[in-house]
Ligand binder design. Structure first.
Ligand code: GDG
Length: 485
């Protein structure tokens, strides 16, 4: 079996993979079983000499190797905060209004990807299979191909693909598409994402759908398919009894666990809970919303804005409805240990997961896995989370519709035991079947199958003349009709 080489923006500590949860558990397993190598950013920021910049620090951990590189201050600002999180993250989540296009970060984004590719090149072996992850690393494969690497190479995008018209708004969309075309397989979270990417490649860069389902773009043939990410179910099975006899719960809990990100729909969630308390006053003092929202990317302005908005909203709702012995919203802006999360999931009657847009959303799956099969809670899930494509037995809501979300809380609270059990059984069986290990296996076996069809044409960057001709054709195509009247 060939060695596996993973590339992602950050690497995780393999000795603590079990605590990290999510996809890291499966990735650690994969690396150990296939003598793998993982390359990524160390998380450190600092200046280094030119030579050190492409010489990664190497850590051997049993059968796996982890290779890390530092970012300079400027790279951190322009590649990580700037292009990755100030342009690609908002656009891919359909928030064009927040994208910092004009800042000119693309060049640094490309340079970091090039540098990472140069660092990996000497570490590669002829039969390695390369798996690149997420939006920070789209051009990585193209840069590696330019260095003559023709190994099988797959890319997995953890975030959604926006509709074609939104993708086209990125000034560098052609370059991103060229980057994607350098891979043999592009894996996405959902079938909707697959449709969006194929539409974009056809409309935006004249991609041609082939009879075998692949798409031809930039002289390469690319497979695109969905591989929904899952969790390690066993690590979320709650072990404690549902309720402690000594301390019976005073209120029924709704639980939300989301990084503090504008894509997660937190203000709408808080408003819906406030609306629920207003519309159904009998439930006052009987329910609480616990929202765990650890900080992320605080140096990006939009993140400071959302934090401020949430503090104001929770204060307003608590001030309006709270009593001396009851605070309706518990808002915790810190990370919580995972063991504690499992217990909180299990002791919450409702999992309230309402992102405005999300690639998958692992919290929805974790909540279901943690339930007591004898007395399970109810999952309220946004239709715009990738997870909604699989988790149809959840109460599916529109996260922009505060009224509908408020009503769904009541429906969930009043749902009978039999219905809760039926929905839970269907949901948990899906979560088990499509777990994190299945995700890993299915992506890699698809990548190996794609390559069995035969090698690609060598990656040949277009000449300047070809680039210019292509741009002229595309611009002619994009010009608005000039009407004579
Ligand atoms: C991206 C995509 C896609 C959260 N707070 C705490 C904590 N968490 C853990 C959760 C869960 C993970 O973080 C969050 O995963 P999500 O899937 O919900 O969201 P993103 O971080 O945005 O991840 C997403 C995912 O990639 C995988 O492909 O599903 O759509 O956006 O595991 O439990 N964990 C602990 N304390 C916290 O306070 N321990």
């Amino acid at each position: 079996m060939s060695r596996i080489v993973l590339v992602s923006n950050r690497v995780a500590d393999l000795s603590r993979a079990a605590q990290a949860g999510g996809v890291v558990i499966a990735i650690a397993d994969l690396l150990r079983s296939r003598n793998g190598l993982w390359l990524g950013w160390s998380g450190k920021i600092g200046e280094k000499s030119e030579e050190q910049r492409t010489a990664p620090d190497i850590l051997e951990t049993g059968t796996a190797t982890v290779a890390t590189l530092h970012l300079s201050n400027r790279e951190y600002k322009e590649y990580y905060l700037g292009y990755s999180n100030g342009v690609l993250w908002p656009v891919f989540h359909s928030r064009l209004d927040l994208a910092q296009f004009e800042a000119g970060y693309y060049q640094r984004y490309l340079e970091v990807n090039r540098r990472f590719a140069q660092a990996l090149r000497p570490l590669l072996r002829p039969h390695d299979t390369i798996w690149v992850h997420d939006y920070h690393m789209i051009p990585f494969g193209m840069e590696l191909r330019k260095l003559g690497v023709e190994n099988p190479m797959g890319f997995f995008l953890h975030i959604p693909v926006p509709p074609a018209q939104t993708f086209l708004a990125i000034p560098e969309h052609r370059e991103l598409a060229r980057g994607l075309a350098a891979y043999d397989l592009v894996g996405l979270q959902t079938r909707v994402d697959v449709g969006n990417l194929i539409d974009y490649l056809q409309d935006g860069v004249f991609g041609r759908l082939l009879q075998d389902g692949r798409i031809r773009a930039f002289d390469r043939e690319l497979s695109i398919a969905s591989f929904p990410v899952g969790i390690d179910v066993d690590s979320f099975i709650g072990s404690r009894p549902k309720r402690s006899r000594e301390h019976p719960p005073t209120a029924t809990r709704l639980i939300g666990v989301d990084r503090l990100d504008y894509t997660k729909g937190l203000p709408q969630k808080f408003r819906a809970f406030g609306r629920f308390l207003e519309k159904y006053p009998d439930y006052r003092r009987k329910v609480i919303l616990s929202q765990i929202a650890p900080p992320t990317r605080e140096s990006v302005v939009a993140y400071a804005d959302i934090r401020h908005e949430l503090e104001t909203l929770s204060g307003t709702i608590n001030g309006k409805f709270g009593e001396l012995d009851w605070v309706p919203i518990q808002y915790i802006h810190r990370s919580t240990p995972r063991r504690m999360l499992v217990d909180v999931y299990r002791h919450s009657r409702i999992g309230f997961v309402t992102p405005l847009r999300d690639g998958m959303n692992l919290v929805a799956k974790e909540y279901v896995a943690a339930q007591d099969p004898e007395d399970p809670g109810v999952l309220i899930l946004s239709r715009f989370a990738g997870a909604a494509e699989q988790m149809k037995q959840a109460l599916i809501v529109n996260p922009y519709d505060v009224e509908e979300m408020a009503d769904s809380i009541k429906v969930a609270l009043e749902m009978g035991l039999q219905e809760r059990q039926d929905r839970y059984q269907a949901l948990v069986s899906g979560v088990r079947t499509h777990d994190t290990f299945a995700w890993c296996r299915s992506f890699l076996s698809a990548l190996e199958n794609v390559r069995r069809r035969g090698p690609q044409l060598p990656f040949d960057p277009p000449s300047e003349a070809a680039k210019k001709a292509l741009q002229e054709i595309e611009h002619a195509h994009e010009l608005p009709n000039i009407r004579s009247n």
